[in-house]
Design a protein around this ligand. Structure first.
Ligand SMILES: Cc1cc2nc3c(=O)[nH]c(=O)nc-3n(C[C@H](O)[C@H](O)[C@H](O)COP(=O)(O)O)c2cc1C
Length: 229
């Protein structure tokens, strides 16, 4: 039997991948960016075919990757990881730079960036693997640390939504133990976990007007979960 928990032992970083130009642009949160060759320096970014950004990367043949700060705010995850540019202007109000290829580069909550021209697109099923060649890179704040997926999951209590390549359906995960108190409740919209162990109020005692601190969904959008994830 496959132990899908083992997949959580693979290390990743967290990034905002963007494309477009000054008139039309968008970006999404990704934990699947990696360097694949050294000379020339090439990078892979795995993007769900349904992501609005996928079409932009193909059209503009370039993309930027902003490397997220360890202290990135939950709002940036709500904006770039749980909403789509199909129905929301994610870039409005963001501090953007534009690279030599013309693509936008998000600087909010990020410490460094790379910019790539698209050299190859590989269809891997649900996702497209974009291969880009490095055209620019710089560090904005050398005093800060990059955010890792492990820190995002374990400390920030974040999860990856269905569009992420590393999403694992909970039915595939083995329950670690019988449900202990205190309980945990998960936002079915963004995956935020309300863990009673870290809160002073039981979830059931929260007022009906309470909303998810990450994406603003209603209390009724939460479900109780029965294991540590
Ligand atoms: C932690 C995290 C990691 C993610 N990783 C990826 C990824 O590697 N590839 C991907 O296609 N989507 C990933 N997603 C999902 C996209 O960010 C999400 O579907 C986004 O809303 C797509 O935006 P767009 O439609 O505006 O392009 C991730 C989301 C989160 C929160």
């Amino acid at each position: 039997m496959i132990n899908f928990e083992a997949l959580f032992k693979i290390s990743y970083g967290l990034y905002i991948v963007c494309s477009g130009d000054k008139s039309k642009c968008n970006g999404f949160i990704s934990n699947t960016v990696l360097q694949v060759t050294s000379e020339p320096a090439r990078f892979a970014a795995c993007c769900n075919k349904d992501n609005y950004t996928a079409g932009l990367i193909q059209k503009y043949a370039a993309f930027s990757v902003s490397i997220m700060d360890k202290d990135a705010t939950p709002e940036i995850f709500g904006r770039f990881g749980y909403k789509s540019g199909k129905d929301f202007d994610k870039m409005a109000g963001m501090a953007l730079n534009y690279g030599s290829t013309g693509v936008p580069i998000v600087t909010n909550d990020c410490i460094a960036f790379i910019e790539c021209k698209l050299v190859q697109t590989i269809d891997v099923g649900t996702h497209l693997l974009f291969i880009g060649e490095l055209v620019d890179a710089d560090i904005w704040d050398d005093t800060k640390e990059p955010l890792t997926y492990l820190y995002y999951r374990q400390v920030k209590k974040g999860v990856a939504p269905k569009n992420a390549p590393t999403y694992i359906d909970k039915s595939k995960l083995v329950a670690k133990s019988k449900e202990p108190l205190p309980r945990k409740y998960e936002c079915t919209v963004c995956g935020y976990i309300y863990d009673e162990a870290n809160e002073r109020v039981r979830f059931t005692d929260l007022p009906e007007s309470w909303v998810c601190p990450v994406c603003g969904s209603k209390k009724t959008d939460f479900i109780e979960i029965s294991r540590n994830i």
